[in-house]
Design a protein around this ligand. Structure first.
Ligand SMILES: CC(C)(COP(=O)(O)OP(=O)(O)OC[C@H]1O[C@@H](n2cnc3c(N)ncnc32)[C@H](O)[C@@H]1OP(=O)(O)O)[C@@H](O)C(=O)NCCC(=O)NCCS
Length: 179
């Protein structure tokens, strides 16, 4: 896949959205019906990855935090998370950026585009950062858990094991130490 042929565009209310279908109706509907409202209301910012004729992928991001409540009040999960973060000072919550939505067009799945987007976000949030952001979070659909695991996201707790989505996180400090 030649990523240099794709354009990354920040969605604004004036922006035309080229055709897109990732096979998931909720995600498709979000892009065409809600994404611009989320932008106007400052709820989330959406980015489009486009080629000449189509939207190849999109993702939306928003601010987040990880706190004890997110572990579904599992003391052992919270201690494990804090030990993984391993800062000198323990905080009551840790600043994060959430991937609110992420979808890759059916035609372009399994070609590395989802990974390309995650790598882009990992670098974006540690480069010239304007606010503190330690982790990327996502409420991952069950069908996408393997994808996030391959991209080194971890579960915060096992208490959401039987739910439709699982809270996963990626520690951005890993990227800083690997540079
Ligand atoms: C999940 C999704 C974003 C992955 O994007 P993608 O561009 O197809 O993923 P990549 O090509 O970067 O795949 C990276 C790795 O994850 C694996 N992977 C991707 N999707 C997978 C799936 N559904 N099940 C199992 N493994 C998967 C790939 O096999 C690949 O592994 P490899 O490096 O060993 O080859 C995409 O399939 C999608 O849009 N799905 C529908 C919507 C969705 O579930 N979004 C997530 C919302 S939380």
């Amino acid at each position: 896949m030649d990523f240099s042929k794709l354009n990354l565009i920040r969605l604004t209310p004036e922006q035309e959205i080229k055709p897109f279908d990732c096979g998931d109706c909720d995600l498709n509907d979000f892009l065409f019906q809600d994404a611009k409202n989320y932008f106007n209301e400052l709820y989330a910012v959406t980015y489009l990855l486009e080629n000449k004729n189509n939207t190849v992928a999109f993702f939306s991001v928003l601010n987040d935090k990880i706190s004890f409540e997110d572990t579904k009040k599992s003391k052992s999960s919270w201690e494990l998370f804090k030990n993984t973060i391993a800062g000198e000072k323990s905080l009551s919550s840790y600043p994060a950026m959430k991937i609110g939505r992420l979808g890759v067009s059916k035609e372009f799945k399994m070609q590395g585009i989802g990974t390309y987007i995650l790598d882009y976000l990992k670098i974006l949030f540690i480069t010239n950062n304007r606010t503190g952001c330690r982790c990327i979070t996502v409420d991952a659909y069950n069908k996408s858990l393997e994808f996030y695991k391959k991209n080194e996201f971890k579960y915060l707790t096992y208490k959401d094991e039987k739910k439709d989505t699982r809270l996963m996180y990626f520690d951005l400090n890993k990227v800083i130490y690997n540079q």
